[in-house]
Design a protein around this ligand. Structure first.
Ligand code: CMC
Length: 447
């Protein structure tokens, strides 16, 4: 994009022209100067503001946007969200259609390659991921070192980072063959490390991958197999897990995706960058929310106590976990699909007793002025916990179940960032309001 010029220098345009000018005029009232900056895709470049100076020594205007409320950090072609309309698409395909017709591995291929695979491409993709599910025996020893009650998310963060010490070729981030190899490894090993972390917390022996099973089927095998010679996943649960994986595969520039882009922008290997993303996901305001929803529903305990709880939320004492979203100001389309799957799982496993409490929270919140005014609707995490619990997962595994499929989205976004010629090492600016220069004070002279 051309750099903007003050209007005085800018090429004059015919004001009477019927062609709309894609520019923004800014008057700096400190100097009286008028500037014209280009608008592209409804956006101005923050760096174009730098020409607004009071005097030549002035650094120039910067924009202040804590938490990136109104700042685009990249151009992306992966995931589209219209938060007001409740729309989510991967590479142009509506999430509802993918959830109904695709599989997680096919969707992951789509996210990473931009197009749905042919059957030969899908077979090849499947083959390579399946053949990277085993982990080095030393990683098992590493996992054994964790305390018996370690949170599986903490184990996952550390073990994914530790993979960086095993695969030195991963440092070659601008080599497409290396990126492909690390993608197979990360996609293949995520379920294995997640399942091994879970088994470690139970003190149960690790179950090795069964490469004859589907991606979610093998994951269930590594989690739940006991003395059977061959584990056969229940098809309803296997299918439900596959859909949940599709729904969690990507979500444009959320906190953890922004993290993998930011950390990856230093050109560190993808294991370290992915570990950072998992750490970001772990937080209760992000992927840790599904675990918090279950804790909250348990704390509420009965339907009768829901109104009292909502009152506490409205007074600002706590948040209604699983509600609200930075981008969705409408029902999260993933929550709608998840609610449907919940009933399929409950039909098989029996209704989760916490469902009634969740439904009552939703009913009251959707009618209450506090939530309506702030456009707070159930998000993806509101019902997932109930499904996971009915499927036999302990609460600490919920964020892990979010992290496994999100790996495909993270890797797609990481690669897009690396290949974007406009991207550089992420480095925001600050507004410094600290002390002016002052002399060092010797310790015996400090009060
Ligand atoms: N319960 C009660 N009030 C809420 C909630 C909530 N869950 N979420 C937002 N608000 C209120 C908030 O107090 C504020 O009110 P006021 O204007 O009076 O100060 C207003 O709504 C706007 O909130 P915000 O914090 O400015 O919104 P945000 O866009 O920064 O936060 C959020 C988004 C998801 C962090 C937030 O809605 C939240 O904390 N939700 C609960 C945690 C949760 O469910 N997280 C999972 C998100 S979906 C999965 C994912 O992608 O990670």
């Amino acid at each position: 994009m051309d750099s903007a010029l003050p209007a005085t220098q800018a090429k004059a345009e015919d004001a009477s022209s019927s062609t709309r000018r894609e520019t923004l005029s800014i008057t700096d009232n400190r100097t009286g100067k008028v500037y014209e900056v280009p608008i592209t895709h409804g956006t101005i470049r923050a760096v174009d503001l730098r020409q607004l100076r009071v005097d030549p020594a002035d650094f120039g205007m910067i924009s202040y946007d804590p938490a990136y409320n109104n700042t685009a950090s990249c151009i992306s072609r992966i995931t589209y969200i219209d938060g007001d309309a409740g729309i989510l698409r991967y590479r142009g395909y509506p999430i509802e259609e993918l959830a109904e017709k695709s599989t997680y591995l096919e969707t992951a291929y789509l996210l990473l390659h931009g197009e749905l695979p042919t059957s030969a491409q899908l077979q090849d993709w499947h083959y390579h991921i399946t053949h990277h599910t085993f982990i080095h025996e030393s990683i098992k020893k590493f996992l054994d070192g964790f305390h018996y009650d370690a949170h599986p998310m903490g184990m996952l963060v550390s073990t994914i980072a530790a993979l960086s010490t095993f695969y030195h070729d991963a440092k070659d981030v601008f080599n497409p063959a290396s990126r492909k190899k690390q993608t197979y490894r990360l996609m293949g090993k995520m379920p294995t490390i997640a399942a091994f972390s879970y088994r470690h917390t139970l003190g149960m022996p690790f179950v090795y991958p069964d490469n004859e099973l589907s991606y979610p089927g093998n994951f269930l095998n590594m989690l739940f197999r006991t003395s059977e010679t061959r584990y056969r996943p229940n098809p309803t649960l296997e299918h439900a897990l596959d859909i949940l994986f599709i729904l969690h595969a990507d979500h444009e520039q959320n906190c953890s995706t922004n993290t993998i882009r930011g950390v990856g922008s230093s050109h560190v290997d993808p294991y370290c960058a992915a570990a950072a993303a998992i750490a970001a996901l772990y937080g209760p305001l992000h992927g840790g929310a599904n675990e918090e929803v279950l804790r909250m529903l348990n704390e509420i305990g009965t339907i009768q106590r829901v109104p009292e709880f909502i009152k506490r939320v409205k007074s600002g004492e706590m948040r209604l976990m699983g509600f609200g979203h930075r981008v969705y100001k409408n029902y999260d389309p993933r929550a709608r699909i998840i609610k449907k799957i919940a009933y399929e799982v409950f039909d098989l496993m029996g209704k989760n007793p916490l469902l009634e409490i969740a439904l009552e929270c939703e009913r009251i919140a959707l009618e209450d002025d506090y939530f309506v005014k702030r456009k707070l609707y159930p998000n993806v995490d509101f019902y997932t916990g109930l499904i996971y619990q009915s499927m036999g997962f302990p609460m600490t595994m919920f964020p892990v179940l979010f992290a496994i499929p999100r790996m495909s989205g993270w890797l797609a976004q990481w690669e897009e960032m690396l290949l974007d010629p406009e991207q550089k090492i992420a480095r925001p600016r600050q507004i410094y309001l600290g002390h002016d220069p002052r002399p060092y004070v010797a310790i015996d002279q400090r009060s």
